[in-house]
Design a protein around this ligand. Structure first.
Ligand code: PGA
Length: 238
């Protein structure tokens, strides 16, 4: 199974209906699980357009709390009720711009699982950490501290090197495999978590990345905002 996930980030509000409708009409290979992650305010629109299609829905973040006085936050139960199956937690943009710690990411993942969602837990090193040769240490710490101690088929991991996000640069397939194998060795017990790669995935490089050893799918940002481009990435999940 190959996971093809599209993270719209803070984009796509006015196009949400048209983009979701267009994706809903694309053929989905039987070997692919496809999901889109629109902003919170577009989840209902996307859910309506995707109903009856094989494409699943996810959100980009979730509160670690169940309910109560948490102005501006959205709970896992709310997302589940809206029709989400997945939620991204610990994206590097939230870690960097909102100061999210590994401990908070772990609580969010735990809350998501408790509500019946599958969290997509993101990890990845900065360019400084890559260049200093410390990247495997950094990723090991992120995995140990952000992933809840539950069966590994309750969550998905996304390896997203920060320097590859939105930059047009991607690691080599060998570099991706090295990190994915390290992550796998830290996680696998009785069950197996899917490990996705994210960072500048496009139609032109998706199939090579998806064929790399240890890669179970891709988390796509910018290229998921075009139905054509994302449709081609979905085909690469064949
Ligand atoms: P990108 O983003 O595909 O635009 O590089 C990936 C991500 O941040 O999930």
């Amino acid at each position: 199974m190959k996971y093809i996930f599209g993270n719209w980030k803070m984009n796509g509000f006015t196009e949400a209906a048209a983009l979701s409708r267009s994706l809903a009409s694309k053929p989905i290979p039987p070997s692919a699980t496809v999901a889109i992650f629109p902003p919170f305010v577009s989840l209902q629109t996307a859910a309506k357009e995707l109903s009856g299609s094989k494409i699943k829905l996810g959100a980009q973040d979730v509160s670690a709390e169940k309910s109560g006085a948490f102005t501006g936050d959205i709970s896992a139960e709310m997302l589940k009720n809206l029709g989400c199956d997945y939620v991204i937690v610990g994206h590097s943009e939230r870690r960097a711009l909102h100061g999210e710690s590994d401990a908070l990411v772990k609580s969010k993942a735990t809350a998501a699982i408790a509500a019946g969602l599958k969290p997509v837990i993101c990890v990845g090193e900065s360019i400084k950490e890559r260049d200093s040769g410390k990247y495997l240490e950094v990723i090991t710490r992120q995995i140990k501290d952000s992933v809840p101690s539950v069966n590994s088929d309750s969550y998905i991991i996304a390896y997203e090197p920060i320097w590859a996000i939105g930059s047009g640069k991607t690691p080599s397939c060998a570099q991706i495999t090295e990190v994915h194998k390290t992550i796998a060795s830290l996680l696998y017990r009785d069950t197996r978590a899917a490990i996705l790669y994210g960072g500048s995935v496009k139609a032109s490089n998706a199939s090579e990345i998806l064929k790399s050893d240890g890669v179970d799918g891709v988390l796509v940002g910018g290229a998921s905002l075009s139905a054509d481009e994302f449709g081609k990435i979905i085909e690469a999940g064949n």
